[in-house]
Design a protein around this ligand. Sequence first.
Ligand code: SF4
Ligand code: SF4
Length: 441
Amino acid sequence: MAGATFPRGGVHPAEHKELTEHLAIEEMPPPQQVVIPVSMHFGAPAKPVVKKKQEVQEGDVIATVEKALGATIHSSVTGVVKTIESRPHPTMVRCDAIVIDRDPSAPPRVYEPQDWRKTTAEQLLAKVKDAGIVGLGGAGFPTHVKLSPPPSAKVDTLVLNGAECEPYLTTDHRIMLEHPQKVVEGTKVLLKILGIKKAVIGIELNKADAINAMTKAAKEASGQDEFTVAVQGMTVKYPQGSEKQLIYSLTQRSVPGGGLPFDVGVIVQNISTTLAIFEAATLNKPLYEKVATFSGRAIKRPANLKVKVGTVLSDVAAYLGGTTNDLTKIVSGGPMMGFAVSNLDVPITKTSSGVLFLSSSETDTGTYGPCIHCGWCLEACPMGLQPKEVAIYVEAGKGHQTEKFGVFECFECGCCAYVCPAKRPLVQFARLAKIQVKKHG
Ligand code: SF4
Ligand code: SF4
């Protein structure tokens, strides 16, 4: 079966999904202590509204963003605030965090189910905001802002990203397989908020079981209301799940350079975010726990875990039997777009889709060489950019002149670096180039 796809570039990295794709989501018992960073979203850091020694309940607001772009943060456990101080962070190196000692005698919080259909679109949007929901697949853009496009935008289609094209990660796959009805209901909540009727869920063809489960759930939920939810299989090709490629694959609409999805009438959400929206709409439950994949050949027991936000990696590793002696690299996120983390003190944040514990056989620690002008990076770039030129300019101290190569269209997917026979760190060069162009004004 041929799937929908995008026209230019892309690569086929080894999937490594066999480590966890058949493992059901397992709930990790809450840790003794959580470390909740005040920055887990795109925008300004949240401001703590709790103090040292203050008692907090699971789900209580502990930090807010008043006037700037950002998202509310909630406690993931019932306990006492131990301290608020700078702690390691998976992407920011360090960040202020609210450290809470859990009360082991406290029962888990129970939420009363509510009928979202009796709630207005405005009330549902307020629930999404109050729940502190951010895009769980990437930079953590506040969802209530994304769901409020300007009136000039003629949005008619919601696209759900079920591609999960990053190697190793199987979080969205398992959610679609185990909770397809919730994903479909969450999709309808989103459609109601947006005031539109049509959604399409794109899933790569390597997840046939998820395609079947979602198709069945969408069919069962059809005819109940004015909303239509379709499921579309997509060719297995990285980066099928990146916004512009996904939109083209599913709607054949091209987002213009420097533009946003709503410029072509589309809003994109991912599967984990949609599940969080379902829980906010039907339970009033804030976002303080999430499903993430813990994989790689250097963790004793790979798993898909539901974990409390703020659980530190050392607790996760201990729960999974520890790491092997061959642990070479820890990556937050997937191997293509994730970030290396230096130790096990970093916490799981709202945007952690997974953590990889990679062995020496899964990492390439060799040095890179000069460009041999093979052109492979040009062929692989889904944006049609010139990564080799960007790199050469940066090396020559002319990174500030790289705008002409479209460097700001680079979304750091890593396809170019993946195919480069000289192992050149082309994504790092692109990042540096962007900084240098901005610095140069
Ligand atoms: S990282 Fe940037 S330059 Fe490289 S392939 Fe992706 S979009 Fe193109
Ligand atoms: S793939 Fe690497 S070696 Fe080949 S042209 Fe691009 S940067 Fe140069």
